[in-house]
Ligand binder design. Structure first.
Ligand code: CTP
Length: 412
């Protein structure tokens, strides 16, 4: 289904004539870059390939030349290549630079701002947005050095696509696998797609949180994360740059969305506050209380009764709204839905609030949902009961409308 996404009419329109540089650094995933170039060309993009020395150990420039229909650039100091299309010209030509795979070494060099080969020089010399598709062994990905480089690159506004979790070429399993070529091509198509949220950085929370009682027990809730993930997917389709901070759920990360997994309300708070955004949507069912103390050993059942003292967690939504960010809250109510929702809208300083009825098997872990959306003094819109993806689509359209009404300069 995803593969169809990049080859369907909307992607073809989005990529027709777009000038994309595919940078390839040294890693076993380089073999997948051939398929990526093919997919981008098929969707109508003009593609130029730049390879590092390491990349050429895994795949030949000739293969990429055949697939891109253009000479492949490999050397910074090659007089013939510079005479044809030099690195500055290439940097100006590009509307987007996607490095796939981006190895740990490449990320480190980019983070340091080095210009010691053609690809790093190009990344420095271009004004085009950069996208990176990291690929490496999962331990290398998790290494503090790599994560520090990733943070640096993210703060520069560079988009990260993946990595995905799964089986790796090294025989291990974990986070570090490059996204599939069709997923990368779909992300490129989304980048050029002029949806109602094009260019908007949207941060979203989803799922439940877990508040530890002891090493084996926690307090949590029934949230499945389905509604939040559907909203994240629709926001990405609407052209937003989406970062999803998710509590523990059994859901795949939607294509084109950057996901940060957390457990507790405190971790969710920290992850959210570390991200800059234009628009915040809080769908997470964040625990309002956590055990005042987490026991370091498993609690034994040697008492007839047990009380656990709870303390309040910090309100993530209110904290983001207090920064002046256009913030959308969710409210799950069992009664007086409109009154409680409007009260939350006021109290937390929100731009909008989407409320739904819960209890009697409604909303939680269901495939369908219905929403009552409120904003301002008397703004109100009902989204009828439908599949969560359909509801999410309508909600995103409504959010985009209200957002642009308040930010006319960002309107496209
Ligand atoms: N929220 C948050 N951080 C918290 C608690 C809630 O970001 N620590 C967000 C949720 O993601 C949701 C909204 O706030 O968007 C829900 O508001 P809240 O007042 O927590 O709702 P309820 O818990 O349902 O409120 P009440 O106590 O009135 O039942």
């Amino acid at each position: 289904m995803l593969e169809q996404n990049v080859n369907d009419n909307s992607s073809t329109i989005a990529l027709a004539g777009r000038r994309v540089i595919v940078g390839i650094s040294g890693g076993i995933a380089a073999y997948k870059s051939a398929e990526l170039v093919r997919a981008l060309r098929k969707a109508g993009a003009e593609v130029r390939v730049v390879m590092t020395a390491g990349a050429q150990e895994f795949i030949t420039p000739l293969t990429l030349q055949a697939l891109s229909g253009q000479p492949v650039a490999t050397d910074l100091l090659d007089p013939a290549a510079e005479a044809a299309m030099g690195h500055i010209e290439l940097a100006r030509w590009a509307e987007l630079v996607l490095v796939a795979p981006a190895s740990a070494n490449f990320l480190a060099r980019l983070a340091q701002g080095r210009a010691d080969d053609l690809l790093t020089t190009l990344c420095l010399a271009t004004r085009a947005p950069l996208m990176l598709a990291p690929a490496m062994n999962n331990v290398m990905w998790q290494a503090l050095a790599t994560q520090t480089n990733i943070d640096t690159l993210r703060q520069r506004g560079i988009a990260l696509l993946g990595p995905a979790a799964g089986e790796q070429a090294c025989g291990e399993t974990g986070l570090g696998r490059m996204l599939e070529p069709f997923e990368l091509a779909a992300a490129v198509a989304r980048h050029f797609h002029q949806g109602p949220l094009a260019g908007v950085r949207l941060l979203l929370t989803a799922g439940p949180t877990r508040e530890a009682i002891d090493p084996v027990r926690f307090i949590s809730n029934r949230s499945s994360g389905k509604m939040g993930y559907a909203v994240a997917a629709e926001a990405a389709k609407a052209g937003a740059q989406v970062v999803l901070v998710s509590g523990p759920v059994c859901l795949e990360c939607p294509p084109g969305v950057q996901r940060v997994m957390v457990e507790s309300a405190a971790e969710m708070y920290a992850a959210v506050m570390a991200e800059a955004c234009d628009l915040f949507v809080a769908t997470a069912a964040v625990a309002d209380y956590r055990p005042a103390q987490t026991q370091s050993s498993k609690i034994k059942k040697d008492q007839a009764a047990l009380s656990i003292a709870l303390e309040r967690t910090d309100d993530i939504l209110a904290a983001v709204a207090a920064r002046g960010v256009f913030s959308v809250g969710f409210a799950a109510e069992t009664d007086q839905l409109a009154a409680y929702a409007r009260d939350k809208l006021q109290r937390k300083g929100l731009a909008m609030i989407a409320a739904n009825w819960v209890g009697d098997g409604r909303a939680f872990d269901q495939a369908q949902n219905a929403l009552e959306v409120f904003w301002g003094d008397d703004g109100h819109h009902s989204i009828e009961l439908a599949d969560k993806a359909v509801v999410a689509h309508q909600l995103i359209q409504l959010i985009a409308e209200r957002y642009h009404a308040q930010h006319p300069s960002k309107d496209s």
